[in-house]
Write a protein that binds this ligand. Structure first.
Ligand code: C5P
Length: 225
């Protein structure tokens, strides 16, 4: 009998996209299959953690022993995250929509003779879920993702500081072989001292397992276990 490293610890993971309604038939969203977040949830269970997966709309089965909360919008996702705090580790993998329509039309917006030129949609900023959780007094160990198409490490380091994270995972989404709907991924983990660990191209399941091991060892180090 061996006790796993995260036995008795709560890990909260966000995954998938959020959808922001425009009217009853239309919405704004981001590219995200949810695969990476779901793979990480599975890996966290393997480390012995109690895992809560807060997911936007995706077509993936819930991994065994994972508690899943389904949400649609960024605002819903934030409320769900706050409802399961405090936690020991928070991993934000979700591709949250940065903006939402200022008003959600009650009826389907119709094409009118006076909007032949187009339609102007007013958007407002969504809350930053990760930054909000990382600013709590009882903040968990916080891990973010930075999907970038250029200046990967530079932007990742900026986000690490701006959102007050413990770790950030940088991935280059300009490469069609990795990221988004792909089954493979290649990432670089960056810590607060800007040490980097590269995980080479492999399946999201393998990357998730290795990444969860790294997150766990950083977490245990920082909490003096
Ligand atoms: O700033 P950017 O959206 O690139 O940051 C990405 C990281 O922040 C991801 O970990 C993502 O899940 C998280 N995020 C969030 N809430 C937002 C925007 C991003 O939790 N509104």
């Amino acid at each position: 009998f061996t006790t796993k490293a995260l036995t008795g610890k709560r890990v909260v993971i966000t995954a998938g996209p959020t959808q922001e309604n425009i009217d009853p038939v239309r919405y704004i969203t981001n590219h995200s299959s949810g695969k990476m977040g779901f793979a990480l949830a599975e890996a966290a269970v393997e480390e012995g953690a109690e895992v809560i997966l807060i997911s936007g709309p995706v077509s993936l089965a819930t991994p065994d022993r994972v508690e899943r909360i389904n949400v649609v919008s960024a605002q819903d996702m934030l409320v769900a995250c706050e409802s399961v705090m405090p936690s020991d580790i928070f991993i934000a993998v979700a591709a949250v929509a940065d903006f939402r329509p200022q008003v959600v039309a009650k009826q389907k917006l119709k094409k009118q003779p006076d909007n032949e030129q187009g339609l102007l949609l007013e958007l407002v900023r969504n809350p930053d879920i990760l930054a909000t959780i990382a600013a709590r007094e009882d903040r968990p160990f916080c891990v973010g993702f930075a999907a970038e198409t250029e200046n990967l490490l530079e932007y990742a380091e900026k986000k690490l500081k701006a959102k007050n994270l413990n770790l950030i995972v940088a991935n280059d989404v300009s490469n069609p072989a990795i990221g988004f709907n792909s089954d493979d991924n290649m990432i670089t983990l960056v810590d607060r001292e800007l040490n980097t660990t590269r995980l080479a191209l492999t399946s999201k399941a393998k990357i998730a397992r290795r990444l969860m091991e790294l997150i766990t060892s950083y977490y245990l180090k920082e909490t003096h276990h």
